[in-house]
Unconditional design. Structure first.
Length: 386
């Protein structure tokens, strides 16, 4: 894993994506280019990371012996979209919900969690089952939906009905009229695993609608409507879906990806740490054991970063080994004391690097993130390299 080196540093580069600009491998490559321009004799180990959100499959595909299978699906508004599943020799399939439900698939004026559907994810799950998967691991994150997984369930053979026995329209708002379920899940006994580091429940003040709905286009009235609709949907699931656990609306992780976590739990699945799954797959612990410096990062290093996100996991593991950890981000709003307690030695912002908010730094950070990361990589090499 690590090359033999006498004098050079061993630098582990393990960033997350910069959402909306660069994928995690692109972030790592840019920082590495900058570092090597200054200190080419150092040993750089590149291990891009992801939790369950966008980029989950790309990271796993690089780390695991898998077969990539293209699967046509639909986006949150039902339009055709490309998707894929990863298949291993031990009959495990990996999926990424963002390929079908991702917020990035919609324009700003199309974001409406009252109408968006998770049906496309159900098509991906069904394809995995048809390819013989016995375990289906679904990365959850970055979703545009708030339908409690109703669309996914419909694609798998479980259709929500209204009082008249008619199938409901897609979207979270329609669940306000749900009265029953029709059909049974076509899973062929495959086990479902939700890969997520969101521990929010489905319902209530800390639930999917209240916490994540506004990010997807919901105003306050929408949030109240969606939470009430999901509460009604939960009651129907608990009553009509065999094996659905009690108190589904309060279970940790149920609020992930607009309630997809709850739908997976209702189908007898379980939640697992997405970042934990990825770090095991890429051998991050072994890489950390040999590192002299760790560089990680994400688009926005803020208070949410320290709650189960990639940066928090990496920084904490580095701290436990006594290894310094530097965070690179598009924007940094976490306080130094809070960051230090989480294991972060220092944090650098592209916005500040490009002159700060007043100097047009935000526009530059969005327009030239790779250039900025190369420059920060070179700066870090001058500061840290032996």
């Amino acid at each position: 894993m690590w090359a033999a080196t006498l004098l050079g540093m061993r630098v582990l580069l393990c960033p997350d994506k910069f959402a909306g600009t660069l994928a995690a491998p692109e972030v790592a490559a840019a920082v590495a280019d900058g570092w090597r321009a200054v200190a080419d004799g150092d040993d750089l180990l590149i291990r891009p990371l992801a939790d369950g959100g966008p980029g989950f499959l790309d990271v796993l595909a690089d780390a695991l012996d898998v077969r990539r299978v293209p699967v046509p699906t639909v986006d949150p508004l039902g339009r055709p979209a490309p998707g894929e599943i990863l298949l291993t020799r031990d009959a495990t399939a990996y999926l990424e919900s963002a390929q079908a439900c991702g917020l990035h698939l919609l324009g700003p004026d199309e974001r409406d969690p009252k109408a968006t559907t998770s049906y496309g994810l159900g098509l991906l799950v069904a394809a995995a089952v048809e390819h013989g998967a016995r375990t289906v691991v679904i990365g959850l994150g970055g979703s545009a939906t708030n339908d409690g997984g109703a669309g996914m369930l419909t694609a798998l053979g479980v259709t929500p009905l209204d009082e008249a026995g008619l199938a409901l329209p897609y979207g979270g708002a329609a669940l306000a009229a749900v009265a029953a379920l029709d059909g049974a899940p076509r899973l062929r006994d495959a086990r479902l695993v939700a890969a997520t580091d969101v521990d929010n429940p489905l319902l209530g003040l800390h639930g999917a609608s209240n916490v994540f709905g506004p990010q997807k286009g919901a105003d306050r009235a929408d949030v109240l409507l969606l939470d009430a609709a999901l509460e009604r949907f939960v009651a129907v699931l608990e009553r009509d879906l065999p094996g659905c656990p009690p108190s589904l609306g309060a279970l940790p992780g149920g609020g992930a990806a607009g309630g997809l976590g709850a739908a997976i739990l209702a189908l007898g699945g379980r939640c697992e740490s997405g970042i934990g799954l990825v770090t095991r797959a890429i051998g991050l612990d072994t890489a950390l054991d040999g590192a002299d410096l760790v560089i990680t990062g994400e688009g926005s290093f803020d208070h949410q970063s320290l709650r189960g996100k990639v940066v928090a996991g990496v920084a904490g593991a580095a701290r436990d080994r006594g290894v310094p950890c530097v965070v690179l981000a598009g924007q940094v709003s976490t306080g130094r004391r809070e960051a230090a307690a989480a294991g972060v030695t220092d944090a650098y912002s592209l916005v500040e690097h490009f002159g700060g908010e007043a100097g047009g730094g935000l526009a530059e950070a969005l327009a030239r993130p790779a250039d900025g990361l190369r420059e920060l990589g070179a700066r870090l090499a001058r500061q840290w390299s032996r």
